[in-house]
Design a protein around this ligand. Sequence first.
Ligand code: FRU
Length: 284
Amino acid sequence: TGKSKFLIGFSQCTTADAWRKSMDLEMQNELLYYPDFQLIIKDAGNSSKKQVKDINELLAAGIDLLIVSPNESEPLTGIVGDVFKKGIPVILIDRKIESDNYTAFIGGNNYQIGKEAGKYAVQLLNGKGRIVEISGLEGSSPAKERHNGFVEEISKFPGIKIISSLSGEWEVSSAEKVMNDYLELNIPFDLVFAHNDVMALGAYKSYIRKFNTKKAFFIGVDGLPGNSSGIQAVMDRKLDATMLYPTGGSLAISLAANILNNKMVNKENILNTLVIDSINVRAL
Ligand code: FRU
Protein backbone atom coordinates (compact mmCIF):
# COMPACT_ATOMS: atom_id res chain seq x y z
CA THR A 1 0.00 0.00 0.00
CA GLY A 2 3.02 2.26 0.39
CA LYS A 3 2.01 3.05 3.93
CA SER A 4 4.88 3.13 6.43
CA LYS A 5 4.91 0.41 8.99
CA PHE A 6 6.86 2.34 11.60
CA LEU A 7 6.94 5.99 12.55
CA ILE A 8 10.18 7.19 14.14
CA GLY A 9 10.35 10.55 15.87
CA PHE A 10 13.69 12.29 16.23
CA SER A 11 13.95 15.16 18.68
CA GLN A 12 17.14 17.01 17.76
CA CYS A 13 18.42 19.65 20.20
CA THR A 14 19.54 22.02 17.43
CA THR A 15 20.30 21.95 13.73
CA ALA A 16 22.19 25.25 13.65
CA ASP A 17 25.63 23.70 13.17
CA ALA A 18 27.23 21.46 10.54
CA TRP A 19 27.74 18.55 12.96
CA ARG A 20 23.99 18.34 13.66
CA LYS A 21 23.15 18.73 9.98
CA SER A 22 25.48 15.88 9.23
CA MET A 23 23.76 13.72 11.88
CA ASP A 24 20.33 14.41 10.33
CA LEU A 25 21.66 13.66 6.85
CA GLU A 26 23.21 10.38 7.98
CA MET A 27 19.83 9.34 9.36
CA GLN A 28 18.02 10.30 6.18
CA ASN A 29 20.53 8.43 4.03
CA GLU A 30 20.34 5.31 6.17
CA LEU A 31 16.55 5.41 5.96
CA LEU A 32 16.76 4.69 2.24
CA TYR A 33 17.46 1.09 3.28
CA TYR A 34 14.21 0.96 5.27
CA PRO A 35 11.33 1.88 2.96
CA ASP A 36 8.76 0.95 5.62
CA PHE A 37 10.10 3.55 8.07
CA GLN A 38 9.02 7.14 8.24
CA LEU A 39 11.05 9.73 10.15
CA ILE A 40 9.86 13.02 11.63
CA ILE A 41 12.63 15.35 12.82
CA LYS A 42 11.91 18.17 15.26
CA ASP A 43 14.47 20.88 15.94
CA ALA A 44 14.41 22.28 19.48
CA GLY A 45 16.60 25.25 18.55
CA ASN A 46 18.81 24.87 21.64
CA SER A 47 15.82 25.18 23.97
CA SER A 48 15.18 22.41 26.50
CA LYS A 49 11.67 23.79 27.02
CA LYS A 50 10.89 23.57 23.32
CA GLN A 51 12.36 20.09 23.23
CA VAL A 52 9.91 18.86 25.90
CA LYS A 53 7.08 20.31 23.78
CA ASP A 54 8.51 18.66 20.64
CA ILE A 55 8.58 15.25 22.31
CA ASN A 56 4.97 15.66 23.43
CA GLU A 57 4.03 16.47 19.83
CA LEU A 58 5.87 13.41 18.57
CA LEU A 59 3.94 11.30 21.09
CA ALA A 60 0.69 12.81 19.87
CA ALA A 61 1.70 11.93 16.30
CA GLY A 62 1.83 8.28 17.38
CA ILE A 63 5.52 7.45 17.08
CA ASP A 64 6.65 3.83 17.46
CA LEU A 65 10.13 4.82 18.61
CA LEU A 66 11.82 7.99 19.86
CA ILE A 67 15.36 9.05 19.06
CA VAL A 68 16.47 12.01 21.16
CA SER A 69 19.58 14.10 21.59
CA PRO A 70 18.75 15.95 24.82
CA ASN A 71 19.74 19.61 24.85
CA GLU A 72 20.37 19.45 28.61
CA SER A 73 20.23 16.34 30.79
CA GLU A 74 18.16 17.39 33.75
CA PRO A 75 15.22 19.17 32.03
CA LEU A 76 14.72 16.24 29.61
CA THR A 77 15.00 13.39 32.11
CA GLY A 78 11.32 13.44 33.08
CA ILE A 79 9.71 13.46 29.65
CA VAL A 80 12.13 10.93 28.14
CA GLY A 81 11.48 8.61 31.10
CA ASP A 82 7.72 9.04 30.58
CA VAL A 83 8.01 7.96 26.94
CA PHE A 84 10.08 4.93 27.92
CA LYS A 85 7.64 3.94 30.66
CA LYS A 86 4.78 4.02 28.14
CA GLY A 87 6.59 1.16 26.39
CA ILE A 88 7.84 3.26 23.48
CA PRO A 89 11.51 2.43 22.82
CA VAL A 90 13.91 5.35 23.30
CA ILE A 91 17.33 5.78 21.69
CA LEU A 92 19.51 8.49 23.21
CA ILE A 93 22.05 9.85 20.80
CA ASP A 94 25.20 11.83 21.70
CA ARG A 95 23.80 13.47 24.86
CA LYS A 96 22.39 11.71 27.93
CA ILE A 97 19.65 12.11 30.53
CA GLU A 98 20.04 11.61 34.28
CA SER A 99 18.36 8.22 34.54
CA ASP A 100 18.60 4.83 32.82
CA ASN A 101 15.03 5.02 31.52
CA TYR A 102 15.97 4.44 27.89
CA THR A 103 16.39 1.48 25.56
CA ALA A 104 19.78 2.28 24.07
CA PHE A 105 22.42 4.98 23.96
CA ILE A 106 24.61 5.63 20.96
CA GLY A 107 27.49 8.08 20.87
CA GLY A 108 31.12 8.75 21.67
CA ASN A 109 32.67 8.32 25.10
CA ASN A 110 32.99 11.97 26.05
CA TYR A 111 34.94 11.27 29.23
CA GLN A 112 37.52 9.43 27.12
CA ILE A 113 37.54 12.28 24.59
CA GLY A 114 38.29 14.72 27.42
CA LYS A 115 41.12 12.48 28.55
CA GLU A 116 42.60 12.21 25.05
CA ALA A 117 42.45 16.00 24.71
CA GLY A 118 44.12 16.32 28.12
CA LYS A 119 46.93 13.94 27.17
CA TYR A 120 47.47 15.85 23.95
CA ALA A 121 47.55 19.17 25.82
CA VAL A 122 50.16 17.82 28.26
CA GLN A 123 52.30 16.73 25.31
CA LEU A 124 52.03 20.10 23.56
CA LEU A 125 52.80 22.01 26.74
CA ASN A 126 55.66 19.74 27.70
CA GLY A 127 54.35 19.50 31.24
CA LYS A 128 54.01 23.22 31.92
CA GLY A 129 51.45 25.85 30.97
CA ARG A 130 48.25 27.82 31.46
CA ILE A 131 45.04 26.59 29.87
CA VAL A 132 41.81 28.39 29.03
CA GLU A 133 38.89 26.00 28.67
CA ILE A 134 35.83 26.90 26.63
CA SER A 135 32.92 24.81 27.78
CA GLY A 136 29.85 23.59 25.93
CA LEU A 137 26.43 24.16 27.51
CA GLU A 138 27.09 23.24 31.16
CA GLY A 139 23.83 21.31 31.56
CA SER A 140 24.56 18.98 28.64
CA SER A 141 26.31 15.70 29.35
CA PRO A 142 29.19 15.98 26.81
CA ALA A 143 30.31 19.29 28.38
CA LYS A 144 30.49 17.73 31.86
CA GLU A 145 32.18 14.57 30.65
CA ARG A 146 34.74 16.30 28.41
CA HIS A 147 35.59 18.64 31.26
CA ASN A 148 35.97 15.80 33.79
CA GLY A 149 38.14 13.68 31.49
CA PHE A 150 40.34 16.63 30.61
CA VAL A 151 40.84 17.63 34.26
CA GLU A 152 41.59 14.02 35.19
CA GLU A 153 44.59 13.99 32.84
CA ILE A 154 46.04 17.43 33.36
CA SER A 155 45.73 17.26 37.16
CA LYS A 156 48.53 14.68 37.04
CA PHE A 157 50.86 17.55 36.11
CA PRO A 158 51.31 20.23 38.78
CA GLY A 159 52.91 22.57 36.23
CA ILE A 160 49.72 22.71 34.17
CA LYS A 161 46.70 24.71 35.30
CA ILE A 162 43.29 25.59 33.91
CA ILE A 163 43.37 29.30 34.68
CA SER A 164 39.86 29.96 33.41
CA SER A 165 36.81 28.10 32.16
CA LEU A 166 34.62 30.19 29.86
CA SER A 167 31.08 29.32 28.82
CA GLY A 168 30.82 28.98 25.04
CA GLU A 169 27.46 27.13 25.03
CA TRP A 170 28.59 25.00 22.02
CA GLU A 171 28.25 28.07 19.76
CA VAL A 172 30.84 29.80 17.59
CA SER A 173 29.49 33.28 18.33
CA SER A 174 29.42 32.77 22.12
CA ALA A 175 32.97 31.43 22.09
CA GLU A 176 34.19 34.32 19.99
CA LYS A 177 32.61 36.77 22.39
CA VAL A 178 33.81 35.19 25.66
CA MET A 179 37.35 34.91 24.29
CA ASN A 180 37.22 38.48 23.10
CA ASP A 181 36.21 39.65 26.59
CA TYR A 182 38.81 37.42 28.20
CA LEU A 183 41.61 38.84 26.06
CA GLU A 184 40.76 42.30 27.40
CA LEU A 185 42.03 41.13 30.79
CA ASN A 186 45.52 40.57 29.37
CA ILE A 187 46.15 37.36 31.29
CA PRO A 188 48.67 35.26 29.37
CA PHE A 189 47.82 31.65 28.47
CA ASP A 190 49.40 28.91 26.40
CA LEU A 191 46.59 26.66 25.27
CA VAL A 192 42.88 26.74 24.57
CA PHE A 193 40.80 23.59 24.97
CA ALA A 194 37.33 24.09 23.53
CA HIS A 195 34.69 21.38 23.89
CA ASN A 196 34.00 21.53 20.15
CA ASP A 197 35.70 22.75 16.98
CA VAL A 198 33.34 25.62 16.19
CA MET A 199 34.02 27.14 19.61
CA ALA A 200 37.78 26.55 19.18
CA LEU A 201 37.57 28.41 15.87
CA GLY A 202 35.49 31.23 17.35
CA ALA A 203 38.11 31.67 20.09
CA TYR A 204 40.90 31.44 17.51
CA LYS A 205 39.30 34.24 15.52
CA SER A 206 39.26 36.58 18.54
CA TYR A 207 42.81 35.57 19.39
CA ILE A 208 44.15 36.35 15.91
CA ARG A 209 42.27 39.64 15.83
CA LYS A 210 44.21 40.67 18.92
CA PHE A 211 47.66 39.11 18.36
CA ASN A 212 47.87 38.63 14.59
CA THR A 213 49.96 35.50 14.96
CA LYS A 214 49.25 32.21 16.65
CA LYS A 215 51.42 31.60 19.71
CA ALA A 216 48.96 29.58 21.79
CA PHE A 217 47.81 26.03 21.05
CA PHE A 218 44.18 25.30 20.17
CA ILE A 219 42.44 21.96 20.65
CA GLY A 220 38.85 21.16 19.68
CA VAL A 221 36.47 18.22 19.34
CA ASP A 222 34.35 16.83 16.42
CA GLY A 223 36.76 16.49 13.47
CA LEU A 224 34.07 16.97 10.86
CA PRO A 225 35.22 16.91 7.22
CA GLY A 226 34.36 19.69 4.79
CA ASN A 227 34.89 23.42 4.42
CA SER A 228 35.47 25.49 7.59
CA SER A 229 35.24 22.29 9.63
CA GLY A 230 37.62 20.82 12.18
CA ILE A 231 39.63 18.73 9.73
CA GLN A 232 40.15 21.72 7.46
CA ALA A 233 41.16 23.82 10.48
CA VAL A 234 43.82 21.26 11.43
CA MET A 235 45.10 21.30 7.84
CA ASP A 236 45.24 25.10 7.99
CA ARG A 237 47.08 24.87 11.35
CA LYS A 238 44.43 26.95 13.07
CA LEU A 239 43.78 24.02 15.38
CA ASP A 240 46.63 21.86 16.65
CA ALA A 241 44.35 18.90 17.13
CA THR A 242 40.74 17.79 17.21
CA MET A 243 39.20 14.65 18.72
CA LEU A 244 37.00 12.80 16.25
CA TYR A 245 33.40 12.64 17.49
CA PRO A 246 31.20 10.63 15.11
CA THR A 247 27.55 11.71 14.98
CA GLY A 248 26.16 8.17 15.05
CA GLY A 249 23.27 9.17 12.77
CA SER A 250 23.26 6.14 10.47
CA LEU A 251 23.82 3.69 13.33
CA ALA A 252 20.90 5.19 15.23
CA ILE A 253 18.61 4.17 12.38
CA SER A 254 19.95 0.62 12.13
CA LEU A 255 19.64 0.35 15.91
CA ALA A 256 16.04 1.57 15.64
CA ALA A 257 15.39 -1.08 12.99
CA ASN A 258 16.71 -3.83 15.25
CA ILE A 259 14.60 -2.63 18.15
CA LEU A 260 11.43 -2.35 16.06
CA ASN A 261 12.04 -5.84 14.67
CA ASN A 262 12.38 -7.19 18.20
CA LYS A 263 16.05 -8.03 17.93
CA MET A 264 18.34 -7.84 20.94
CA VAL A 265 20.42 -4.66 21.11
CA ASN A 266 23.15 -3.48 23.44
CA LYS A 267 22.12 -0.74 25.81
CA GLU A 268 25.41 1.16 25.44
CA ASN A 269 26.73 1.58 21.89
CA ILE A 270 29.97 3.52 22.12
CA LEU A 271 31.62 5.02 19.04
CA ASN A 272 35.39 5.32 18.83
CA THR A 273 37.41 8.50 18.86
CA LEU A 274 40.74 9.36 17.27
CA VAL A 275 43.15 12.25 17.73
CA ILE A 276 43.45 14.19 14.48
CA ASP A 277 46.54 16.40 14.19
CA SER A 278 48.90 17.65 11.49
CA ILE A 279 50.55 14.21 11.35
CA ASN A 280 47.52 12.15 10.31
CA VAL A 281 45.10 14.79 8.97
CA ARG A 282 46.03 14.28 5.32
CA ALA A 283 45.29 10.58 5.53
CA LEU A 284 41.74 11.49 6.53
C1 FRU B 1 26.75 20.09 17.92
C2 FRU B 1 27.60 19.88 19.11
C3 FRU B 1 28.93 19.27 18.72
C4 FRU B 1 29.34 18.61 19.97
C5 FRU B 1 28.04 18.01 20.39
C6 FRU B 1 27.94 17.73 21.84
O1 FRU B 1 25.53 20.68 18.23
O2 FRU B 1 27.78 21.08 19.81
O3 FRU B 1 29.83 20.22 18.23
O4 FRU B 1 30.36 17.70 19.81
O5 FRU B 1 27.05 18.94 20.00
O6 FRU B 1 26.68 17.27 22.18
